[in-house]
Design a protein. Structure first.
Length: 164
């Protein structure tokens, strides 16, 4: 009976050690993802177990939703980031500046998010079941819409990796 008590009491410690290993591994992967991007390309944040890649360096022309070749390098870094967390769900959100109507910006931001999601699936080989896309229009700016530089930063894609 003593052996069973000892064995049972060691299980929580083993699970605790396993959890610590997972947390260290998640921290290592997060640091790796951060190292992929220059400050001009994206900011990477850790929110609990989740990772947010705010890709303000993603270039969309005013009123455009097409992925330009100059974005391929950044997209490949995003794919690499997603691959670091193979069990994560991926939420792609599109954002616009404040120029144009609310309806136009919501549609445009959704189209941008959809196009990035399509790239992640078709080029990055990320399973469609893991990816969702949403457009937020001008509702979540990261910079002032009073300047061209600020508006350019607001025309961005955010990728949230939700780790279970």
């Amino acid at each position: 009976m003593c052996g069973k008590t000892t064995k049972a009491s060691s299980q929580p410690r083993q699970r605790g050690r396993q959890k610590g290993i997972n947390e260290r591994e998640a921290a290592r992967r997060f640091e790796y993802v951060q190292s992929l991007f220059s400050p001009e390309e994206a900011e990477v944040f850790r929110k609990g177990n989740n990772v947010l890649i705010s890709a303000a360096g993603f270039y969309f022309p005013v009123g455009g939703n097409i992925i330009l070749p100059q974005n391929f390098g950044l997209l490949n870094k995003i794919v690499n980031s997603i691959q670091q967390f193979p069990n994560s769900l991926v939420e792609v959100s599109g954002h616009t500046d404040s120029i144009g109507s609310i309806e136009l910006n919501l549609r445009l931001s959704k189209e941008r998010a959809d196009n990035v999601s399509k790239f992640l699936k078709e080029v990055g080989n990320i399973k469609a079941s893991r990816i969702s896309a949403e457009g937020y229009g001008k509702e979540k700016p990261v910079a002032s819409n009073e300047t061209e530089e600020g508006r350019a930063r607001n025309r961005r894609i955010d990728v949230l990796l939700i780790n279970k």
